[in-house]
Design a protein around this ligand. Structure first.
Ligand SMILES: Cc1cc2nc3c(=O)[nH]c(=O)nc-3n(C[C@H](O)[C@H](O)[C@H](O)COP(=O)(O)O)c2cc1C
Length: 452
């Protein structure tokens, strides 16, 4: 399959999670956010419609399958602050959101520790059918020990082992989705009383280290077959995995380290026979916009009041696997010393914005790290600058929801559209068609090796 890539444009995803508090901890206590309504469908339907109004590419749903339970030795802070708990299944929101939209894509997270790949492959196909090819899967390997304990792994399997499992997990998924059914297996011919031609469906007979799967796949091929693949691992092994398999890769770090990571990922992808146009690099940003800069800064100052240092510390402790419970928020920065996670704390200290006096201020600045504050023009300018220096797009993180997305869609998107940087209307077709110009994974992708 030789495909012509569509012209480069900025990709935008509304980044959220099926829970009360995703990243900017503490904001749920405000009156102008619908975070605590996450158990009902209506706010999700509203969000989907806002995103489609702004021609965003996807709603991207994060997920965890365990508690952040190491801060001050337990999960109490996580519960009190609704810090990614309670958290519902992201996948189940998708058909409902798809039913009120026509073009918007839906990316959701599922860990390779979570569902058996046979079961998961059927869920992927079902979602891809129901949405006519608008689904992406964010492949993660999990980082919370409680997730491992919940799924019978006796703690989190070691990092290398998680990626080895991920490799085999993807192989099973590819065999089922790409190789089990021929394109013309479904004939739907009532006159001959043949719905499926039996000789066009085959078993996969996978016998591996982690999984044994006979097949055949139980769903017929969907528009994309394998959904668009997202990935976010930044370790050595994570980058190699991403360079081989992922189509959208999340790049974290400052704009300078971002450029270096982009170069590194492109080199690795090249090694595996993939080109830079096969991969989109996505950064993160939390836009706080106003009609004027002054208005935006006033909004930001108000938001800062709501940030929860305590929940922020619980979040970071879970991400780092180190209990930061002994950090005193009132402690002046210059007197802080730690033997633990020195690299992280040093980075945090080095990047402290002017005026940061205490450890609490520092944690708040980390919580708000991706905040991009300014007038609608200023925010559009900065995103365009980052786009021109190599990033293909952004996950938009909310401060309040759907308010952050509404402000962005109404204020910033029209400017970027006027400049021709983002799409003004959707291309018809699957999510992969919209992003890459073709419905199926291309022939230089490892999945292609498993086609019949
Ligand atoms: C933008 C972004 C989104 C992520 N979303 C999730 C998520 O929803 N669930 C999850 O378990 N991990 C998530 N992660 C974590 C990564 O998937 C990965 O597990 C982590 O970066 C550790 O992998 P590494 O050791 O290869 O760096 C996310 C990371 C980034 C940068």
């Amino acid at each position: 399959m030789t495909a012509v890539s569509p012209p480069r444009r900025m990709i935008l995803n509304a980044f959220t999670m099926n829970c009360v508090s995703h990243i900017q901890q503490g904001m749920w206590t405000r009156g102008d956010t619908r975070q605590t309504e996450f158990n009902s469908l209506e706010p999700w339907l509203e969000l989907a419609q806002v995103a489609e109004r702004g021609c965003l590419d996807t709603i991207f749903l994060a997920d965890v399958i365990g508690l952040y339970d190491n801060y001050k030795g337990g999960a109490d802070t996580s519960f009190r602050e609704a810090m990614q708990v309670p958290v519902n299944d992201p996948m189940l929101l998708i058909p409902a959101m798809a039913s009120v939209t026509k073009h918007l894509g839906f990316a959701f997270t599922s860990s390779v520790l979570q569902a058996h790949p046979f079961t998961f492959a059927r869920q992927l196909s079902t979602l891809d059918h129901l949405t006519t090819g608008r689904v992406a899967w964010n492949v993660v390997t999990s980082y919370l020990p409680n997730a491992g304990n919940n799924l019978g792994f006796d703690g989190l399997p070691p990092h290398e082992e998680r990626y080895s499992r991920a490799e085999e997990y993807l192989e099973v998924i590819y065999k089922l989705l790409e190789g089990s059914w021929a394109d013309d297996a479904v004939v739907n011919d009532p006159e001959r009383r043949v719905y499926v031609e039996p000789d066009r469906v085959r078993e996969i007979n996978h016998h591996g280290h982690y999984f044994d799967v006979a097949g055949p796949h139980l769903s017929a091929p969907s528009l994309q077959r394998t959904p668009v693949l997202f990935q976010a691992g930044m370790s050595e092994r994570g980058r190699t995995f991403a360079a081989q398999h992922a189509e959208c890769i999340f790049v974290v770090g400052s704009s300078r380290s971002g450029e270096a990571i982009a170069k590194d990922l492109h080199q690795r992808a090249h090694f595996y026979g993939r080109s830079a146009t096969d991969i989109k690099l996505i950064g993160g940003v939390a836009p706080i916009v106003g009609g004027t800069e002054t208005e935006a800064l006033a909004k930001r100052a108000e938001y800062e009041e709501n940030l929860s240092v305590e929940a922020g510390l619980a979040h970071i402790s879970g991400n780092l696997g180190a209990d930061l419970g002994d950090i005193d928020p009132d402690q002046p920065l210059e007197t802080f010393q730690t033997e633990r996670v020195q690299g992280f704390i040093k980075n945090l200290l080095d990047s402290a914005p002017p005026g940061t006096r205490t450890m609490g201020d520092l944690i708040k600045s980390n919580l708000a790290g991706a905040w991009l504050t300014g007038s609608v023009e200023q925010v559009a300018d900065e995103l365009e600058r980052r786009f021109n220096s190599g990033l293909d797009g952004f996950n938009l993180t909310y401060t309040v929801t759907p308010g952050t997305f509404v402000d962005f869609v109404e204020g910033v998107v029209p400017i970027l559209q006027e400049r021709g940087v983002v799409q003004s209307e959707y291309v018809v077709g699957s999510l992969r068609e919209k992003l890459f110009g073709h419905d199926r994974l291309p022939s230089n992708h490892p999945a292609a090796a498993f086609r019949s």
